[in-house]
Design a protein around this ligand. Structure first.
Ligand code: C2E
Ligand code: CA
Ligand code: CA
Length: 575
């Protein structure tokens, strides 16, 4: 009897233990973010646990009913799901499948585990289901970001470089050619500045979509930056030859782009082309070469296509070298000022001198400003150089003024970038005060290019300086757009006729007509006229005869160092 009671108690205790265990398993399953389907082959019985009812709106009591899962997933994933649900047919122990659901939004991961007995017969199976939508979306976004450019949907730079690298590798093996085109929208900055970034972006997008249409197995395109695209063509020929693609681009750009605001925008593009193996042998070098050629084309006019050749590369490398040397020269202040005299055509008295900067290399060689000023204007070095010129020329003038007790004019060339600086007016006036110079002895030579970007800002500054007595001279007149209307709006005292007029005034009758009418106009406006580059007596006589006020050129004196000029002063001022 005792024995029976003991057995009963034991059974009870074991049952309680089992129930506790089952409760625990249920709790664990319910707490997990997954849904479970348990199947016992022996009992042909299905139990669903965990988040089953959150994921699915049907019950499953046996494996036949589990087939309802096929209705829940997208058609594209049916086979994957079948392999997981009936994993025992393959004899494998586990398998996972990621399936898109019927709503085409959610993604579920199904993971099956099967146990087998000693004879290889399946005993139990668990299918664990989790919602991986969030993870999938993030992953897709990451994949997208790794390969594509968000704005245009074209390849991004990194992926493009990789793909171009593949093209080059194959071309090396097969002795074939790869063309790389850098395509840049002309005047994009004007569009961005004038119409706003949103318009700029939409244009970049639309042109990008057009380029995408040209893509194929042999043609790939990426959005490099802002308004620059890069295309690579494997074995260019026929429909995907550079010429054909160029024609297609030109045909498209002849039509306007219609923006969502209703505006229509017409563009032109500049293209640089570099080819493997001729130009370079790596993806990045090819892209660089195509870019250099594109910039070269742009500098001589827009709407162009330029092909790489070695001389363009050499020229570029020389410019880069010069640019680096120029930076060092700015640091070491390796510049000197030369001065070129200007004389009144009538009485041949000295009117003044123009300060012309020279770069003195370590070995004493002088580099002409026409070589380095354009570079300095591009890389910003003109600011420290220009400041130095202003300081040195005014300091030198002040010393001469004291030494000889005579006033004349010190002309200083000013670049657009210098004039655009906020502190331009203040710092110039400060220097003039510092050296106790009369502002009316200082003349600024500006060119029309100074007026292009912000006419009002420049004219305001010039008016302020003019009000203080400083003279303003318009340099190289006749080479730009030479509009008379703005001449009247600016406080101009002097107009310098470009050297090209002096050069041909005796030989070309058309030049004579223009020169005479400019001199007349200058007189009517009350400005002073200066002829530049006068090299011989006849030129001087003619210019004097037609009423030109001042003469500057090799005939009366080359640009020279201060010591040389002082000899001239000795004669002019002490006689
Ligand atoms: P620019 O202002 O038109 O200066 C006149 C140029 O013509 C000078 O060249 C001068 O040496 C040259 N020249 C003068 N008379 C004759 C002549 O009879 N025959 C010939 N063949 N040439 C003559 P340079 O000194 O080489 O200067 C070139 C340009 O560099 C200048 O043209 C000016 O635009 C720029 N530049 C020079 N110094 C400065 C400066 O300090 N600041 C800025 N921003 N630009 C400067
Ligand atoms: Ca000048
Ligand atoms: Ca000039």
């Amino acid at each position: 009897m005792n024995e029976m009671r003991y057995q009963l108690n034991l059974l009870k205790a074991m049952n309680q233990k089992l129930a506790a265990k089952e409760r625990m398993y249920h709790m664990v399953c319910d707490a997990s973010a997954e849904a479970f389907l348990y199947y016992s082959f022996e009992k042909n019985e299905v139990v669903t646990l965990g988040k089953w009812h959150d994921f699915f709106d049907f019950e499953v009591h046996d494996m036949k009913e589990a087939a309802k899962l096929f209705d829940a997933v997208d058609e594209s994933c049916l086979l994957k799901l079948r392999d997981v649900l009936f994993l025992e047919k393959s004899g494998e122990a586990s398998l996972t499948a990621e399936c898109l659901m019927k709503d085409k939004k959610r993604w579920f991961r199904f993971c099956a585990n099967v146990t087998y007995d000693a004879l290889g017969r399946p005993e139990e199976k668990v299918i664990c289901t989790s919602d991986i939508t969030k993870f999938k979306n993030q992953n897709e976004e990451l994949t997208y970001m790794a390969y594509y450019d968000g704005l245009t949907g074209l390849y991004n730079r990194n992926y493009f470089v990789r793909q171009l690298g593949e093209f080059v590798r194959t071309a090396k093996e097969r002795n074939s050619v790869v063309s790389v085109l850098v395509i840049d929208i002309d005047d994009f900055r004007k569009i961005n500045d004038g119409m706003g970034l949103v318009v700029g972006d939409e244009l970049v997008q639309q042109f990008g979509s057009f380029l995408k249409e040209l893509c194929s197995r042999e043609v790939i395109v990426c959005h490099l930056s802002s308004d620059v695209y890069c295309m690579a063509i494997y074995e260019p020929m026929g429909d995907h030859s550079v010429e054909h693609i160029h024609k297609t681009i030109q045909k498209r750009t002849r039509e306007p782009f219609c923006l969502s605001s209703g505006q229509e925008l017409q563009i032109t593009v500049s293209i640089g082309v570099a080819e493997f193996p001729e130009a370079a042998s790596s993806a990045l070098e090819l892209m660089k070469c195509a870019e250099i050629v594109m910039f070269k084309g742009k500098s001589t006019g827009k709407n162009t296509i330029r092909y790489f050749n070695a001389s363009i590369l050499n020229e570029f490398l020389e410019t880069v070298e010069l640019e680096n040397k120029l930076k060092e020269a700015v640091f070491k202040k390796n510049f000197v000022l030369y001065f070129q005299p200007q004389f009144y055509a009538g009485n041949q008295k000295l009117r003044g001198v123009e300060a012309l900067v020279r770069w003195r290399e370590e070995d004493g060689k002088m580099i002409s400003p026409s070589v380095f000023i354009p570079i300095a204007e591009k890389n910003g070095a003109i600011i420290p150089i220009g400041n130095w010129v202003v300081e040195q020329s005014i300091r030198q003038y002040s010393a001469w003024r004291k030494q000889y007790g005579v006033s004349f004019i010190m002309s200083i060339n000013i670049s657009a970038l210098q004039c655009a600086r906020d502190d331009f007016v203040d710092s110039l006036l400060k220097t003039i005060r510092k050296y106790q110079v009369d502002p009316s002895d200082v003349e600024l030579e500006i060119t029309e290019s100074i007026l292009i970007n912000d006419f009002d800002m420049v004219s305001d500054k010039l008016k302020q300086l003019h009000a203080c007595g400083i003279k303003i001279s318009l340099d190289d007149f006749g080479t730009g757009f030479s509009s008379l209307s703005y001449l009247k709006q600016l406080p101009i005292d002097t107009l310098k006729l470009d050297k090209s007029f002096t050069d041909t005034v005796l030989t070309d009758s058309a030049t004579r007509v223009i020169t005479e009418s400019i001199i007349n106009m200058v007189e009517c406006l009350g400005f002073e006229s200066i002829a530049e580059g006068v090299e011989d007596e006849q030129q001087y006589k003619y210019l004097h005869a037609i009423g030109c006020d001042v003469i500057q050129g090799y005939l009366c004196g080359k640009p020279q160092p201060p010591e040389e000029l002082e000899k001239l002063f000795q004669k002019a001022f002490t006689a």
